[in-house]
Every structure is written in C-alpha cells, then in structure tokens.
Design a binder for this molecule. Structure first.
Ligand code: CUA
Length: 173
C-alpha cells in the first residue's frame, strides 16, 4: 500500500514538473532533444543561426519576394520597428528567446505567436501604406503591457531595392 502511494506521488510530481515547464516555457533542454537540432535554441539565438542580429529585419527571400525575421524576448520585439512594402506578400519568421509572446498587428487580423525553441511562419500582405502598432497579446510577465513594436508599410515604389544579403529596419531607410 505504502509503495503504491509513493508511486502515485512520484507520478504526480513528474506530471506537475512537466506541466510547469510547458506553462512557463523556459529553456528546456529536453524540448530541444525531442525537437531535433534544426530548432532555434533560445539561449544561443543571438550568437548563431538564422536569428543572429545581422539577419533580422526585412530582406530578400531567396525563394522570391520578401522575408522578415524577428525575435521576441522579455520585453521587446527585435527589431523594434520593421518596414515593408505595401501590396506585396511578406513572409514573416519569428521565434522567442524566453516566454511565449504574441505579436499582433493592431487594426488587422494578422498575428504571430513567438514560441521558444520553434519558428512560427506566416505570409501577410499589407494592402495599403500606413503605420501599425505591434503590441504583445500574450501575457509574458511583468513587462508585458509595455512590450510593443511598430510596422511601417510604405508604397512599393518608395521601398528602396535591397541587395541579396541586405537587411533593413525602419532606422536605415
Ligand atoms: Cu510579450 Cu506579452
């Protein structure tokens, strides 16, 4: 009987531990082992791979069109401001360095969930030029309500051509 209770308690503790790692989504080594090596490691995002700083912002997509790469982290989106041409499909790829964040383009129904250890991808077309606020719509900690970024949509003929390896954010127009 005692052994059964001990076994039950062990299972409960294990289940709780699993649940808590799922809820807080801190860096879990097991998560990466299960996910394979092609998933971005939240701890080394800035150091190597697709999401190094020089690769963030908008660039030319090798498959044609444009690609935007972003990182969400407590409590900023990097880059802080992105610029895209109007009326053109733009492929977004985003990951998180820590918790789950939700990038939402205010005034549209576009949104992207940023998950540590995974890349979220979606293609959006912003029909008209304008500015959109990008607040975080997933509670991610005490700084959540101040976490925001900005999107500038400019007419396509105002969007300067990009070199194949060039990346752009709002600051370097
Ligand atoms: Cu990031 Cu809420």
């Amino acid at each position: 009987m005692k052994r059964k209770i001990a076994f039950g308690a062990a299972i409960a503790v294990f289940a709780l531990a699993l649940l808590s790692t799922r809820f807080y989504m801190v860096d879990v080594p097991l998560w990466h082992i299960l996910g394979g090596s092609d998933r971005p490691d939240p701890v080394t995002l800035h150091l190597r791979g697709e999401f190094v700083e020089s690769n963030l912002g908008i660039g030319k997509d090798p498959t044609g069109g444009f690609i935007v790469r972003m990182i969400a982290q407590q409590y900023v989106f990097v880059p802080q401001c992105i610029i895209v041409p109007a009326g053109v499909p733009v492929r977004f790829r985003i990951t998180s360095a820590d918790a789950i964040h939700m990038l939402s383009f205010l005034g549209t129904n576009y949104g992207l969930k940023a998950v540590p250890g995974a890349v979220t991808e979606a293609t959006f077309t912003f029909a008209d030029a304008g500015e959109f606020k990008i607040p975080c719509h997933e509670f991610c900690g005490p700084g959540h309500y101040a976490m925001r970024s900005r999107l500038e949509v400019v007419p396509e003929n105002h969007f300067p051509p990009l070199e194949p390896d060039e990346r752009r954010t709002c600051d370097a127009k």
